[in-house]
Design a protein around this ligand. Structure first.
Ligand code: MF3
Ligand code: CO
Length: 250
């Protein structure tokens, strides 16, 4: 069942999303070669708790950290580590969720570390563009898979691939609610979108094959061909005035 949110509930989700967005801004300032992903996780957790919010991922199905920090060929769910040091030319995905005042917010960005290659920059640009394109289709009256199709079409037209085994999701009083929001599929399928739906839209885009492996830690997803992957996510409200990306800072 898809839970529709009232305007007051969307305001509360927006408050959670604002904390997520500010925390990501704070992390961005600290992305330099030499910092460890474990240090970034510490910064994220401190920032969230200073706002009297709770890191949403910590303890979720046993996940051990506040932040997902996925470097280069890591697609999602990279576990932060005090021994993983960023180096010049890396790309890093930061995925963060918070729980505040009864509601969740969830967002991700992928950033360059220092000077990165043109192909990697293109991957980041296309993945962020795919998210934006998907958001534009999160319109009342459209079908859910219109988002999925828009993302896949955008990505494949630019010669990259979309990951199949992880999807976006509804979000609200739970981190993961119905519906699932795949980043691929035919248009015009699934539920009709209505004002009050809140969706975490999160394309994961690979330079090579769309297939992934899970490492022996049980969490880290990597590309099967070990080529680069990028991930962007916003929590988006479907409203009578169109889609509102709640995790964007104004
Ligand atoms: N943004 C991801 C998601 O919505 C991150 C979840 S990580 C987990 O699924 F640890 F919480 F599982
Ligand atoms: Co998510």
């Amino acid at each position: 069942m898809i839970i529709l949110k009232s305007q007051d509930e969307i305001k509360r989700i927006a408050d959670s999303c604002h904390i997520v967005a500010e925390a990501i801004e704070e992390l961005k300032k600290n992305i330099t070669q030499g910092i460890t992903t474990g240090e970034l996780d510490g910064l994220a957790e401190s920032f969230i708790r200073a706002r009297r919010a709770v890191p949403a991922f910590k303890g979720y199905r046993g996940y051990p950290a506040s932040l997902c920090a996925s470097v280069n060929e890591e697609v999602v769910h990279g576990i932060p580590s005090r021994s993983r040091r960023l180096k010049d030319g890396d790309i890093i995905s930061l995925d963060l969720g918070v729980y505040y005042n009864g509601f969740y917010g969830d967002a991700a960005v992928t950033l360059p570390v220092g000077k990165v290659g043109a192909a990697a920059l293109k991957l980041l640009e296309v993945t962020e563009g795919a998210l934006q394109h998907g958001i534009e289709h999160a319109v009342a009256g459209n079908r859910l898979s219109d988002i999925s199709h828009a993302i896949q079409d955008y990505v494949e037209a630019r010669e990259f691939s979309v990951v199949r085994s992880f999807v976006g999701h509804g979000i609200g009083r739970e981190l993961h609610e119905e519906p699932q929001v795949p980043n691929f599929g035919r248009p015009g399928e699934g539920p009709v979108m209505m004002a009050g739906m809140v969706l975490a839209i999160e394309p994961m885009v690979n330079a090579g094959t769309w297939e992934v492996d899970i490492l022996s830690d049980g969490w880290t997803a990597v590309t099967k061909d070990r080529r680069l992957s990028a991930h962007f996510e916003h929590t988006v409200a479907v409203t009578a005035d169109g889609p509102k990306a709640l995790t964007k800072l104004e």
